[in-house]
Structures are given as structure tokens and as C-alpha cells.
Write a protein that binds this ligand. Structure first.
Ligand SMILES: Cc1ncc(COP(=O)(O)O)c(C=O)c1O
Length: 390
């Protein structure tokens, strides 16, 4: 039996090629520093784990939850007020089984075949994939270094603006760890109002912003509530990726379509996870400070080590990744395949779209010693490459 044509069109050869090669190397017993996956290496706060273990012992916690609890929604509401200065009522919160679940189902809640969705290139793969799976059309906007990785909205053709139903963006992003400006968000809101487009802002890395810069939720910008919704998650903020819990925030009328769709699809998140997440959002501010500090230290150390390796890479302002422009003479895939030979797994930029060519993504998901080791191995690779070329 053949899978659907849609599914076949989604197979990303770059990811499978890298994964096969990585497996081969591991099988041969090679030590690999894997910087290719953005899965947190650290545990959630101890009080969250304690809550989880207590709750799973309670017999009453095993029924279908159906939706998010009031306590969870209240915790999100207070968190958004405290952290991002956004006034969100409990009715404006929709719990998700991870933001990925929500991002993928949103397309089914909103799109018809004639619709277009504007997605970033490079972009987090589910943005385009969800649109393709839902049978609608993808239009990519380039995120270029010379434009501070912000899309040039004025370059989007009028015909696309007319047909576009949504635009999806993420700051700080994956794979590009850039930050937005309030001015950009204001122009994005004007653009969305003018063309009746829903802004979908993915704020999964909202708590990983460095150098004392304050996080900027699009919902904190005046006028956003009419045209924008924001996804968030506990995966990266509280190291709870495996728990599968996230949420969508926005005007009730804008989040309702996804709530209706989900009522047909899933039965909610396991109660103990909801309770642990509620506690994390309520009591996790000190943890978040330390968490940010951990990633900033990793970033600074890795940047220094790469510099010493003779590779000058732009410092990420937030997020979990380094988006490195690769030295001349390589394609992204060649660079990534060669790095594998030296025991480092990186993701070739083209896996995130055509504009990712010339870059690789490296996740800061190891302690400083392993990151130092990765940088040393990359240094050796670059030295060997240069000595062959000279
Ligand atoms: C930008 C971005 N959005 C969403 C997700 C999905 O996160 P979650 O674990 O909440 O589904 C990820 C995961 O890597 C991500 O990088």
C-alpha cells in the first residue's frame, strides 16, 4: 500500500540522510556530539518533578481530561501578565498537547484549498508542512541576514496578500535565533489588518532571551489582539519537552476554531502533567532566571571556542540554537556530512528551506565541556580543510 501523495511530498531527504549517517557512525562506536536536535538536555525544576510523581499516585487522575483545567488557564493568564505584560483572560487560553500539535492542527481549523499561508524561509518545518497536509498553498518569505532576519512585507506580491489567510513567524526563532523589534511587529499588524490575515506567532523560545533583553510578545503590541494569536510551550522554558504540553493565547474568537477542531480529535493532556505545568508557570520564575543563565553561558563559551577555531559566527540573541554561516567552499550539506566524520552532528541549513543554504544550525543542548569538545572537533575539521585547499 502506498502512503498518500501528500505524505510522500513531505519526506525531507536531508534529515533522513543525516540521520542514516549518524546511525552508521554510532554503530561504528564513534563518539558523536549531537547538536542537531533541539531537545533540552536538562530536567525540569525539582518541584515540578515532585508534583508529577505525587499526582501520578492519585487514583482520580487517570480519566480523560478533555480540555485544560481552569487552574492551568489561570496560571497562563498570570504568567502572560507577569512576564510579557499581556492581559489574557482564561477564556483566551487554549491548552495544547505541545505547541507542535496546535501548530499542525491550526491549518485544518483555518484553511481551505484556495488559501495561502505565508511562512518564513528558513523556517521551522511544521509551518509549511501543516499547510501542505491541509491541502492549501505555501508562500515563503526569505529571512535574510542583511534584513536582520525580518521578512520584507512590502515585497510580498499583492495577489498573495489577497489570498493569504495566515502568516507564521517565530522570534526568537528556530532555526534563526533573531529577535523582532516593536516597530516590525507594528508593521506586521498593519499588514495583517490591511489584508485580513491572521498572524500566528510561535513564541516557543520566549524564555530564552539573553543579555537582559526583555521578551516581546506580539500580543503586547496595541491592536494585535484583533489579528494575532501566539503559541507557547513549556518544552523549552521548563525542560518539559517530553511532557507534551503547550498553549495558544489569543482572542476567544481567533482560538475557538482550533478548540472546536481539537474537541473532535483529542481528549486532553494527562492531569498530572497539567498540574505540574500549572506549578511551573506559577512558581518557576527563579528557575527561568537560572535556565536563561545556563544557555547564555553555553552560548558565550561556544561562540568563543568557535572564534578560536577561526570560525566567526553571529551571536544568537535568544533561543536554543546557533545559526552559523559556513566558511566559503562548502555547501551546507557537505559541511554537515564532513562534521559527522569529525564526530559532530549539525543540521544543514537547507533542511529549513532554500534560504538556509550556506548555514548550519547547532543546538546548545550540551554542557560547556561537550560544547568545547564539539568546537575543537570543528576546528580540526576546518584546519584539515584549509590545509588541503592551500
Ligand atoms: C519554533 C518551535 N516551535 C514549536 C516547537 C514544538 O514545541 P512543543 O514541544 O511545544 O511541541 C519547537 C520544537 O522544537 C520549535 O522549535
Amino acid at each position: 500500500m502506498k502512503p498518500s501523495r501528500t505524505l510522500q511530498s513531505l519526506t525531507t531527504s536531508v534529515f533522513s540522510q543525516m540521520s542514516l549517517k549518524k546511525k552508521e557512525k554510532l554503530k561504528q562506536g564513534q563518539d558523536m556530539v549531537d547538536l542537531s536536535i533541539g531537545s533540552p538536555d536538562l530536567p525540569p525544576p525539582t518541584f515540578v518533578k515532585d508534583c508529577l510523581s505525587e499526582e501520578v499516585q492519585k487514583d482520580g487522575e487517570y480519566g480523560y481530561p478533555l480540555t485544560g483545567t481552569d487552574e492551568f488557564k489561570e496560571a497562563v493568564s498570570a504568567f502572560y501578565g507577569r512576564r510579557y505584560h499581556v492581559d489574557v483572560s482564561e477564556r483566551e487560553v487554549l491548552q495544547l498537547m505541545g505547541s507542535q500539535e496546535g501548530l499542525s492542527h491550526l491549518a485544518f481549523a483555518y484553511l481551505d484549498p484556495e488559501d495561502v499561508v505565508i511562512v518564513p524561509d528558513p523556517g521551522y518545518p511544521i509551518y509549511a508542512a501543516s499547510v501542505q497536509i491541509a491541502g492549501a498553498e505555501v508562500y515563503t518569505v526569505p529571512l535574510l541576514e542583511e534584513n536582520d532576519f525580518l521578512p520584507k512585507l512590502e515585497d510580498i506580491p499583492e495577489e498573495i496578500c489577497q489570498r493569504a489567510k495566515m502568516i507564521v513567524l517565530n522570534y526568537p526563532g528556530n532555526p534563526i535565533p533573531a529577535l523582532p523589534t516593536a516597530t516590525f511587529f507594528e508593521s506586521l499588524i498593519d499588514f495583517a489588518r490591511k489584508h485580513d490575515i491572521l498572524i500566528v506567532h510561535d513564541f516557543a523560545y520566549s524564555e530564552l532571551i539573553f543579555d537582559q533583553v526583555e521578551p516581546l510578545s506580539i500580543l503586547s503590541i496595541p491592536g494585535a489582539e484583533d489579528v494575532a494569536i501566539e503559541f507557547n510551550s513549556l518544552s523549552k522554558s521548563f525542560n518539559m519537552a517530553g511532557c507534551r504540553i503547550g498553549y495558544l493565547v489569543g482572542h476567544t474568537s481567533l482560538i475557538e476554531p482550533l478548540a472546536v477542531l481539537k474537541s473532535h480529535i483529542d481528549y486532553g493532556v494527562f492531569y498530572p502533567i497539567q498540574k505540574a505545568a500549572t506549578l511551573a508557570l506559577t512558581k518557576g520564575d527563579t528557575f527561568l532566571e537560572e535556565h536563561r543563565h545556563t544557555y547564555q553561558t553555553r552560548r558565550d563559551m561556544f561562540m568563543d571556542a568557535l572564534k578560536q577555531a577561526g570560525w566567526h559566527v553571529q551571536k544568537p540573541q535568544g533561543g536554543m540554537f546557533v545559526w552559523g554561516r559556513i566558511p566559503a567552499g562548502w555547501t551546507s550539506l557537505d559541511f554537515a556530512l564532513e562534521a559527522l566524520e569529525y564526530g559532530v552532528v549539525v543540521t544543514p541549513g537547507q533542511a529549513f528551506g532554500a534560504q538556509g543554504e550556506g548555514y548550519v544550525r547547532m543546538a546548545l543542548v550540551h554542557d560547556v565541556d561537550r560544547l568545547e569538545e564539539a568546537a575543537q572537533r570543528l576546528k580540526k575539521m576546518l584546519e584539515d580543510h584549509n590545509s588541503v585547499r592551500t
